[in-house]
Design a protein around this ligand. Sequence first.
Ligand code: DX5
Ligand code: ZN
Length: 225
Amino acid sequence: MTRPLILAPSLLASDFARLGEEVRAADEAGGDWMHLDVMDGHFVPNITFGPDLVKAIRPFTTKVFDVHLMIAPADPYLEAFARAGADLITVHAEAGPHLHRSLQTIRALGKRAGVAINPGTPAEAVAPVLGVVDLVLVMTVNPGFGGQSFIPETCDKIRAVRAMIGGADIDIEVDGGITPETAPLAAASGANVFVAGSAFFRGGACRANGEAIRNAAAMARGEIA
Ligand code: DX5
Ligand code: ZN
């Protein structure tokens, strides 16, 4: 069965001085999931925020908190993010030696588990864990910063992951450089969850920006003409 189209605004591109209101704005503008980028300055060359901030913004929406952990190690922090209000926690396949353990821990905490792979990591890296994930995040840029350009070669990998998943109940998320121009490429390759930071918050026109991305993806999925 086809997985639903999900638009996940990345708060990385929002005004951090007003993060609570930005979460509310992203919700009211039609964002389905709130994508929260956690960076440690070690796994990726940038630092963002931790579980206390996730907890602080949790009351601003009832929508899914999609927490993308770009940290290594991730295991010591999984419980804190679960308690902070994450609904879905994604760890990178490259971030630690015991991927099953991380994913099983997330599920044992009662949360949905996701596995992410960088552009340089082959699709095969997720094959051994497809039985313990709810989502595969195919990074379409190298993680660490917003506003980068979509890497078109990742489309082949999205197709490979799509084929591996078959009919299983697993979402394919894309993250990095997603715009009304690139979302259709990812959608046609099999992605159904679209993270967008700069293209969503650009100019404060969140609703119009979000609709443009959603419509472009929906058209590529054959859902609208
Ligand atoms: C990048 C983050 C993304 C980022 C995407 O490392 O994982 O979620 O916010 O930003 P844009 O949509 O601007 O490429
Ligand atoms: Zn992200």
